[in-house]
Design a protein. Structure first.
Length: 444
């Protein structure tokens, strides 16, 4: 069943466009007729935002990523324009991957819902967050920015908690398996505005689900998003965050997965777009026997700056985590990777890996890689590695000798470099989508 949703903008929302302030937060909540508990959360988050300092170059997390040129007040706090309809771009994204259900957001509103499987009969909840705070209050109130990502985590999560405008809520009941992926598309269509997308996924005991976030658009915009993944005992979650924002957009992401006993997570992070991306990605193995894999690919070009900071937290014994982030860089772009494997004292028999590889396609591109270990247990196996290298001339010559042009040869080498990550993605429809977006990026 496919439904086109047209949302109206209440007149009171115009009062919230004067700038970033507590009045803006109140006006936004009133315009959406939110429950009082949501307003209170927003106001508390705004107080937190005002109390936290802006990142400084002396902060270790921001030492290699400067916010030069970023001025919050130059943006409209959120989109007030009509949400619009499904464009050819959005329809192409919908058609590119087979899914059980899909949600499409534009300018903060849902413009399209489609369900191809009987999710309701299985007890699965897949809806937008604004509807969920009313229809599924107990679940949302329990998990929304309370246990996984908290407003005080950083300046941008506090801003997000105060002004979140779009978001998806997913709940999969005990022992239920959703065979096909769930797809969320965010199209940031308005120019010069802030957007704050939220993903909240709760997989109950023994549940299994795949979720794909596809983020596009955002000309001269600001995106501050949060991802919260809750994995109960023996659950299996496959999650992909694919951002391809316009190269004028500032993109800030804080994502965290809280994993209980024997939970299994595969997180795929794809960073193609934005002017600057700063992403904090954490997996927290809280129960014995957990298994987590963080996979990432990125390809900055021009003067893009892509920064991933990861944290693999081992609190319980007999857990496994593995990270593989591969990036290719062209022109005067820059990438930063900083990752830590943190093993607590009681987390014996930890098995953890971390690898970051960078393929430099131009002498003016730069890749910084800073892997690290913090180990308090004495019976563990933890390793890390980082590489940065240019394309070998002999590889290019070999391919050109067989009839390829130099650009074609370089594209084939880059595609093979990313294939090491794709080979570890377990969902066929997600792999096909990734292959398509890689082809578009390399071909461009």
């Amino acid at each position: 069943m496919s439904v086109l949703v047209k949302a109206s903008q209440p007149e009171t929302i115009e009062k919230a466009l004067a700038g970033f302030s507590e009045a803006t937060v109140r006006a936004l909540s009133a315009a959406r007729q939110e429950p009082e508990w949501v307003l209170n959360l927003r106001l508390q988050a705004w107080q937190t935002f005002e109390s936290l300092p802006w990142p400084k170059p002396s902060d270790e997390a921001w030492r290699r990523t400067r916010l030069t040129g970023f001025i919050l007040d130059k943006y409209q706090p959120f989109a007030a324009a009509a949400p619009g309809e499904v464009t050819d771009l959005i329809q192409h994204e919908l058609d590119e991957m087979e899914s059980a259900a899909s949600l499409v957001f534009q300018n903060g509103d849902v413009i399209h819902r489609e369900t191809r499987a009987d999710l309701t009969g299985q007890g699965v909840i897949f809806t937008d967050l604004r509807r969920a705070v009313v229809e599924h209050r107990d679940l949302v109130q329990r998990y929304f920015m309370t246990e996984v990502v908290k407003p005080e985590q950083n300046k941008f999560t506090a801003l997000h908690a105060a002004l979140w405008d779009s978001g998806a809520f997913v709940y999969v009941p005990k022992n239920v398996k959703v065979d096909l992926p769930l797809q969320v598309i965010l199209h940031q269509a308005a120019t010069g505005v802030g957007s704050y997308h939220h993903t909240l996924l709760v997989a109950d005991e023994g549940a299994e689900v795949t979720l794909v976030d596809d983020l596009v658009g955002g000309q001269n915009g600001l995106q501050s998003s949060v991802v919260e993944l809750v994995l109960k005992d023996n659950s299996v979650v496959r999650y992909m965050n694919l951002q391809d924002f316009d190269h004028t957009t500032w993109n800030f992401l804080t994502g965290r997965a809280a994993m209980q006993r024997n939970a299994d997570l595969r997180w795929i992070q794809v960073s193609w777009g934005s002017r600057l991306t700063k992403a904090f990605l954490d997996v927290d193995l809280m129960g014995e026997g957990g298994h987590a894999e963080l996979l990432g690919i990125y390809f900055p070009t021009g003067r893009q700056h892509i920064d991933h900071q990861t944290l693999q937290i081992h609190r319980a014994p007999h857990c496994f985590s593995d990270l593989l982030f591969n990036g290719a860089l062209k022109d005067r772009s820059r990438s930063v990777y900083m990752g830590v494997i943190k093993v607590f004292k009681g987390a014996q028999k930890t098995d953890a890996y971390q690898r970051n590889g960078n393929l430099i396609l131009d002498g003016t591109a730069r890749a910084d890689s800073i892997p690290g270990l913090e180990i308090e247990a004495d019976d563990v196996r933890c390793t890390h590695a980082a590489t940065a290298a240019q394309v070998e001339d002999e590889y290019v010559f070999y391919l050109m000798a067989r009839g390829l042009t130099r650009p074609q040869a370089e594209r084939m080498i880059v595609q093979g470099f990313f294939q090491a990550v794709l080979d570890r993605v377990p969902v066929e429809s997600v792999v096909r989508k990734l292959e398509h977006v890689i082809e578009r990026k390399i071909g461009g």
